[in-house]
Design a protein around this ligand. Structure first.
Ligand code: ADP
Length: 488
């Protein structure tokens, strides 16, 4: 099958969070199963150019419609590991992809609407007729709309679209001039059946358009698929998702074990497996040395996260002090888009500067993340909501016991050591329900208690997680089944 992924992110070249990992891992899995897979991304100035091999111009003069005029673009081809990637560069004075960051500008909707139109224009001009176009998140939601409303009339009748929702917290709600920008007549599309937003009168909702116009819609875990249809987690899109229910499903994300695997991880000094857990202790020592933590008989609790309200930042802050009170060390690697949240973490960092049991690294650091997964004993994910969550899945693979709030994909993958309705061999972490300090502290204290008092059982818990299979094997097959189901 010929599959084109259209995405704003793909690890390791352009990654903000889990979306980047998922596009990379799924594309890789589909390719090793013999499918032809291509990925189309914006050519951001801030992406990791060192991760692209053989970058060359492949389509020099692509003219993309923009309001009543055209924007000159160039398309590049390059390899990202073994994945074929195309990068669209725009030469407009708007500098759509030269912002020194991926997201967070006032004209994000215009930037990614432009990208969506450019993707289809490129496929048309380059004569690409994939069986499946797989789009990701609100940034690419206009692809199915434009495909059926504009490009089908120009001969692109073959591709079918699978659209994956990675986070309903970002829907691309914007003014209807974006429709005009991409060549759609607003009165025909700003309607309740199509793109009109339910909560902001007059506004359009790009994600809603993607849901309505795609052949199949997936989200990234079965629990989240239920939550977005039946609870306020749908953030206004419950009705549309319910109405389109026959083509909506949840596929749990996988993890790329070529990259996230302590047996072969290039970023950790001491490779290990479930059978050589004593090597993990050496990584703990290496992590302490790297972060100037004291070498002591204490567990290390880690957080690796975007610092966003979604991630339960108030609980993360509380956990720092609670862990220290409970004779533990605490490591945080976090990056935030919001200045107010960042500055609160900077304040805590300054106040704990001299504490030898705590290190807060504020920023994004892919290589350090690997060492933290390998060196920490527990990984905390107290999310308010969590579509899937990859950090608990990576933690499991690294024998780093997850402590999570029971929501979305966390509920599908982490099973409480004491209370889960599962055989002991399937229990792999600690789970709490309420979004408050008491619930958080009780789960953390149970984890720390086991680490100190029953190390043999703690080891078993690590091993249970390490033996579980969260590779792309099963989800890869699930996506192929969906593609085959919708294929022309
Ligand atoms: P989300 O996509 O909501 O950010 P996920 O749990 O799905 O959350 O994926 C997070 C991914 O981003 C993981 O690969 C995690 O290791 C990585 N990550 C998050 N924050 C950082 C950071 N500050 N530095 C390096 N990697 C990070």
């Amino acid at each position: 099958m010929f599959i084109v992924m259209v995405s704003p992110e793909c690890a390791p070249v352009a990654k903000v969070g889990g979306l980047g990992d998922v596009v990379q891992g799924l594309a890789h899995e589909l390719a090793i199963r013999g499918n032809s897979v291509e990925i189309i991304l914006p050519k951001y100035d801030c992406m990791r150019h060192d991760k692209i091999h053989g970058l060359t111009k492949t389509y020099e003069d692509l003219w993309v419609p923009f309001y009543d005029t055209w924007v000159h673009c160039t398309v590049y081809f390059g390899w990202v590991d073994d994945l074929k990637c195309f990068f669209i560069e725009s030469h407009s004075t708007h500098n759509f992809f030269n912002r020194q960051k991926y997201y967070g500008d006032a004209d994000d909707a215009a930037r990614f609407a432009f990208f969506s139109r450019a993707v289809l224009e490129f496929m048309l001009k380059a004569n690409k007729h994939p069986d499946i176009i797989h789009c990701h998140d609100w940034q690419t939601a206009l692809v199915p709309v434009l495909l059926y409303e504009v490009y089908a009339n120009l001969g692109m009748t073959h591709p079918r679209v699978c659209y994956t929702l990675h986070n309903l917290g970002h829907q691309g709600v914007t003014g209807e001039q974006i429709l005009r920008q991409v060549g759609l007549h607003p009165p025909a599309y700003n309607t309740p059946q199509r793109l009109a937003d339910h909560t902001h009168p007059g506004a359009i909702n790009l994600m809603k358009g993607g849901i309505v116009f795609s052949n199949f819609v997936t989200t990234v875990s079965p629990t989240y698929a239920g939550e977005i249809r039946h609870t306020e987690q749908g953030m206004g899109l419950q009705g549309v998702l319910e109405a389109q229910g026959a083509k909506v499903g949840g596929v749990l994300n996988g993890v790329d074990y070529q990259i996230w695997n302590p047996e072969i991880d290039r970023h950790i000094p001491y490779p290990y497996s479930a059978d050589t857990l004593q090597e993990k202790v050496k990584n703990k020592k290496a992590l302490r040395e790297r972060l100037w933590l004291r070498d002591d008989f204490k567990p290390i609790i880690a957080v690796i996260s975007r610092l966003d309200k979604q991630k339960g930042v108030h609980l993360i802050m509380r956990s720092i002090f609670y862990a220290l009170e409970q004779q533990s060390q605490f490591v945080l690697l976090g990056s935030g888009a919001e200045d107010s949240i960042n500055s609160q973490f900077w304040d805590i960092k300054h106040s704990l500067n001299d504490n030898p049991d705590c290190h807060l690294e504020i920023g994004y650091n892919e290589e350090l993340a690997h060492l933290i997964y390998a060196g920490a004993d527990m990984i905390l994910i107290p999310s308010v909501y969590e579509p899937c969550g990859l950090t608990q899945l990576i933690g499991l693979r690294y024998g780093t016991v997850p402590i999570v709030r029971k929501t979305g994909g966390l509920a599908d993958t982490v099973f409480d050591a004491n209370y889960a309705d599962k055989p002991y061999a399937e229990r792999n972490g600690y789970v709490f329900h309420n979004l408050d300090n008491i619930a958080l502290e009780s789960a953390i204290s149970r984890a720390i208690g086991l680490w100190y008092k029953y190390p043999r059982y703690f080891r078993e818990l690590r091993r249970n997680g390490m033996r579980q299979d969260h590779s792309w094997n099963h989800p890869g097959q699930d996506y192929l089944n969906i593609y085959n189901y919708i294929k022309a």
